[in-house]
Design a protein. Structure first.
Length: 125
């Protein structure tokens, strides 16, 4: 279902949609909370008795989306692990990694503060 989230977000920014609907899952809620904190989306609202999420995408004043690309890194068949040392090298570039750690779902910046690594789920620019 995480693949569904990334695919729908890619398509939404490609066609300049203001919002999208997704089925509510625990992983999607965690990812969307981090996306709100990082400024990639404006807000998330539960609709249809809490079974569906309405995600409001964020655009700048000139109409460009807050993020231009979201890339899925780990798949069910292949896990992409990043250690703390690898994160220190990769974080110097542009973008944000979403990483599943033993402390929960975190961004690469949060992982660096806590000096931990984990499974990289996706990368957003």
């Amino acid at each position: 279902l995480f693949c569904n989230l990334t695919a729908r977000l890619k398509n939404a920014i490609r066609f300049n949609q203001k919002f999208i609907f997704l089925p509510k899952t625990a992983l999607c809620v965690q990812v969307l909370k981090l996306m709100c904190l990082e400024g990639f989306i404006s807000k998330v609202v539960e609709v249809h008795s809490g079974k569906t999420l309405k995600i409001f995408l964020k655009y700048n004043s000139n109409g460009t989306p807050a993020f231009t690309m979201i890339k899925l890194l780990s798949t069910p068949g292949k896990t992409f692990y990043l250690s703390y040392l690898e994160l220190t090298k990769l974080t110097q570039g542009v973008g944000t990694f979403f990483i599943s750690t033993n402390e929960g779902l975190l961004t690469n910046h949060m992982c660096l503060k806590r000096k931990i690594g984990g499974t990289a789920l996706c990368y957003i620019i």
